[in-house]
Ligand binder design. Structure first.
Ligand SMILES: Nc1ncnc2c1ncn2[C@@H]1O[C@H](COP(=O)(O)OP(=O)(O)O)[C@@H](O)[C@H]1O
Ligand SMILES: [Mg+2]
Length: 359
């Protein structure tokens, strides 16, 4: 399987003499040192791949370089150094016209504040990307209608944007991206402006859509919980650099440095971890107890806690072929929640506002 998207040693420097700045960054200079000369190193030496069908999340605080990175992935911004390959094609080598063609047909972008055309119907708004491609009216309306239905906007096609709530307008943005058939979606803080409940709704909807559509998605967020919910893999950015790339579990259980460790302190681990991540694999079949109630490697942590409370012995974790792959003694569960403040008893009494808020 070859990567859909491959970023190699990407740099973006704003300001004077960017090439000199890249040389200095390569020699180990950081953002602060360059800032003294009025130069901004927005992205520094970013390398990663995005696999087909994956949701790849880029997470970092405001100003860490996320949007700049994303804009280099579809050629809206030219890298100061480094390359971007999309389906093996070097975007940095394409002409302006070729790039526009790729953007129009293969890559869709969904922004934080999705601007709908106020004097066009919801359907026409959703069909906008297709109109740009020159798709005939009947076909673009059919495809836009299907995309609206996928996004839960059945029945709203003939409405005007101002009749829709903020969350629904954001769905139109998603529908516009889906209607084009582009199978690379770049989403820049697409849900960040929404109220928490609507936001969770949109996250669920995206995950649901993704199960059937299998798009390749690069999703940007400053919210770690959102990153962990959505991301197959997450790249954590700090001051222009990617400081760690890995699954939610990797980042939670093996933070690459103190910065990531401090970032994940407040994450609700019980929401992210699964039996496969917390089980003890150093066991043989006969050590698992009576195996009357068991888990699988993807059993969510909270469910595992519930099972553990019902059985007097360690929970056995069985794979698809009912083979024992690990066990989880009860005290091990507590250990994995270790970093949460006062978090020694989450299995019996979930902290309000964390575990329970999502039920
Ligand atoms: N066009 C630009 N000109 C100058 N500086 C920019 C430009 N775009 C972004 N920056 C700077 O680059 C850094 C990263 O910005 P950005 O990529 O927007 O971060 P994020 O999306 O993570 O908030 C910030 O310091 C920002 O001010
Ligand atoms: Mg941004």
């Amino acid at each position: 399987m070859s990567a859909r998207l491959e970023a190699q040693h990407l740099y973006k420097v704003f300001g004077r003499r960017p090439d000199e700045a890249v040389d200095r960054l390569r020699e180990g200079a950081d953002r602060q040192e360059l800032r003294a000369d009025g130069t901004t190193a927005a992205v520094i030496d970013a390398s990663f791949t995005v696999e087909p069908g994956e949701i790849f999340v880029v997470m970092g605080l405001s100003g860490s370089g996320k949007s700049t990175l994303l804009r280099m992935l579809n050629g809206l911004l030219e890298p100061t150094a480094g390359t971007v390959r999309f389906d093996g094609q070097d975007l940095t080598a394409l002409s302006g016209r070729e790039l526009r063609e790729v953007r129009a047909r293969k890559i869709s972008m969904v922004f934080q504040h999705f601007a709908l055309f106020p004097h066009r119907s919801v359907l026409e708004n959703a069909a906008y990307g297709l109109a740009v491609q020159g798709v005939p009216r009947a076909e673009r309306e059919r495809r836009a209608g299907e995309a609206l239905a996928l996004c839960g906007l059945d029945g709203w096609a003939r409405s005007w944007p101002d009749e829709l709530s903020g969350g629904m307008q954001q769905r139109v943005g998603l529908a516009r991206a889906l209607a084009t058939d582009a199978d690379l979606l770049l989403m820049d803080e697409s849900f960040s402006a929404l109220d928490p409940l609507i936001r969770r709704d949109m996250q669920d909807q995206l995950l649901e859509l993704q199960r059937t559509l299998r798009k390749t998605i690069v999703f940007i967020t400053h919210d770690l919980n959102e990153a962990m919910r959505l991301g197959d893999r997450i790249a954590v950015m700090r001051d222009g650099r990617i400081v760690q790339t890995g699954s939610a579990e990797d980042i939670l259980l093996r933070p690459a440095n103190d910065y990531v460790a401090s970032f994940i302190q407040d994450v609700d681990r019980s929401r992210v971890l699964t039996a496969g991540a917390v089980m003890d694999t150093g066991v043989r079949g006969d050590e698992a107890g009576c195996a009357c109630e068991t888990a699988t490697p993807d059993t969510p942590f909270t469910e595992l806690c519930a099972i553990s409370a019902r059985v007097p012995h360690p929970v056995a974790v069985l794979d698809g072929g009912h083979k024992l792959v690990g066990v989880v003694p009860r005290q091990r569960l507590v250990g994995f929640l270790g970093d949460q403040e006062g978090g020694a008893t989450p299995c019996d009494s979930p902290r309000e506002g964390t575990v329970t808020a999502d039920a």
